[in-house]
Design a binder for this molecule. Structure first.
Ligand code: ADP
Length: 155
């Protein structure tokens, strides 16, 4: 059984994340979206909100589930018997950053990291830019899945 975790902050989930997850569905039997909790990071959306956005977006996809975690990603993989880490690559900066993490994870475990190149149409999207647009009252609708839009319209 091929089980992958897709770790990240997802603050909030964007169309870029959604694209990576959708394209990984045929590759794995199960994909666990793992929202990392870092006590030193300040988030725009609460853990519950971030989880809700992802659950809503993939509510019709039985292979996809969401959990939250603290600590090392490879420890989480061992705990839930996941053999792959999934990550998206947008640009050379992502590659350099991800390369060091993937090599380290391979030194510490047997977990393979699988990279998908982002779709050209969403490769410019980042959660931090989405947060900036939201904060400043800009039009964020074309950057995020429906569930995020619905919640923000209610605020
Ligand atoms: P982190 O805090 O770990 O960077 P993110 O939620 O920003 O968490 O990203 C999680 C994963 O999603 C990373 O692999 C990142 O490269 C990928 N990702 C982020 N934005 C996009 C995008 N627009 N297209 C594809 N992948 C993306």
């Amino acid at each position: 059984m091929r089980k992958a975790i897709f770790p990240g902050s997802f603050d909030p989930i964007t169309l870029g994340h959604e694209d990576i997850i959708n394209r990984s569905i045929p590759l794995f039997d199960e994909i666990v979206i793992a929202i990392g909790v870092n006590a030193e990071k300040k988030y725009m959306f609460s853990l519950e909100e971030r989880k809700h956005f992802i659950n809503e977006t993939f509510k019709d996809e039985p292979k996809v589930s969401v959990i939250t975690y603290e600590g090392l990603t490879i420890d989480l993989c061992h705990k839930i018997n996941a053999n792959f880490i999934l990550r998206g690559l947008r640009n050379p900066a992502d590659f350099e950053f991800e390369k060091a993490i993937a090599h380290t994870n391979r030194r510490l475990s047997k977990i393979e990291t699988v990279f998908l190149l982002t779709a050209a149409s969403t490769s410019y999207i980042s959660s931090s830019i989405v947060r900036d647009v939201i904060r400043n009252g800009g039009e964020y609708g074309m950057l995020v899945p429906e569930a995020v839009k619905v919640k923000l319209h209610k605020l």
